[in-house]
Design a protein around this ligand. Structure first.
Ligand SMILES: NC(=O)c1ccc[n+]([C@@H]2O[C@H](COP(=O)([O-])OP(=O)(O)OC[C@H]3O[C@@H](n4cnc5c(N)ncnc54)[C@H](OP(=O)(O)O)[C@@H]3O)[C@@H](O)[C@H]2O)c1
Length: 247
């Protein structure tokens, strides 16, 4: 397949590397100019955003949440048949407070509104380290799962197949409006669960409590943490409340 990726951070570059290794056509662009790709280790072809949106099947948008409105004009130029995938997560300390989100709008519904077209939400509920290092072959025991949400079932299936190809079991987490269940602060978020565990975690999410729990993790975060420490903190925080433990 032919992929375009906007955003060359840890998520965008890891997806690019993995797709490239799987012999897909991959182009990667930086929304603020091709010169910003210089010095980055990137698989695939570095291009401008104008070249990026031509002749692709899938456009993966992997930029900070707050920057989404800035790419509307370029996404507008992508063909109607192009599947647009959003990997973003909202963190108010980093993305500036978005009142609609604070009032309860689902993050990827907001992104779809900013981009002016339907999107599939994927690759947001695992850390970049997990995506890069913890993918395994289909059928491996304890294979980590990723949630994929969206309204168009055939587009969603295509992206679920891509997730599977890149080393993770894909779980259909419902429509875009349901995708709050995989946002920061939920039991599904960056907790490295198996397919069965993730299915259960999505059911147990609590929309009202998740911003509080997201911020609680940030409050307990330390720069000294290893990857495993971060996953442990997420698991303990996002699941403890749900077991009735409000500490
Ligand atoms: N990192 C994770 O573990 C993780 C996990 C799941 C989901 N996500 C989400 O996935 C998205 C990408 O995250 P990331 O950690 O890979 O990288 P990131 O730090 O969000 O940066 C991604 C790309 O966006 C560019 N960028 C930064 N500010 C921008 C702006 N104002 N306008 C346009 N482009 C801008 C960066 O360019 P420069 O490099 O030149 O700054 C980089 O190419 C985010 O929405 C994030 O919340 C991240």
């Amino acid at each position: 397949m032919r992929f375009g990726i906007i955003g060359a951070g840890p998520i965008g570059t890891t997806i690019a590397n993995k797709l490239f290794m799987n012999r897909h056509d991959v182009k990667i662009a930086d929304a603020r100019g091709i010169e910003r790709l210089e010095g980055k280790e990137i698989a695939g072809t570095p291009v401008s955003v104008e070249d990026e949106i031509k002749n692709i099947d899938v456009l993966i948008v992997s930029i900070p949440f707050h920057a989404m409105p800035s790419i509307r004009s370029i996404v507008d130029k992508a063909g109607e048949e192009v599947i647009v995938v959003d990997t973003s997560n909202y963190y108010p300390f980093r993305d500036n407070k978005v009142e609609e989100i604070e009032a309860g709008k689902v993050e990827s519904v907001w992104v779809a509104n900013q981009l002016g077209r339907p999107i599939i939400k994927a690759f947001n509920n695992q850390l970049a380290y997990t995506l890069e290092n913890k993918g395994t072959l289909e059928g491996t025991s304890d294979r980590i799962a990723m949630a994929v949400a969206g309204n168009d079932l055939s587009q969603k299936q295509i992206i679920m197949d891509v997730v599977n190809e890149l080393g993770f079991d894909a779980i259909d987490s419902g429509s875009l409006s349901d995708s709050w269940r995989q946002q920061p602060g939920t039991p599904a978020y960056c907790t490295e669960l198996t397919k069965e565990e993730l299915t259960e975690a999505l059911k147990r999410a609590n929309k009202e409590k998740s911003p509080f729990l997201r911020d609680k993790v940030l409050g307990n975060f330390s720069a000294e943490f290893t990857h495993e420490d971060i996953v442990k903190l997420n698991r303990e925080t996002y699941n403890s409340y749900l077991r009735g433990n409000s500490n």
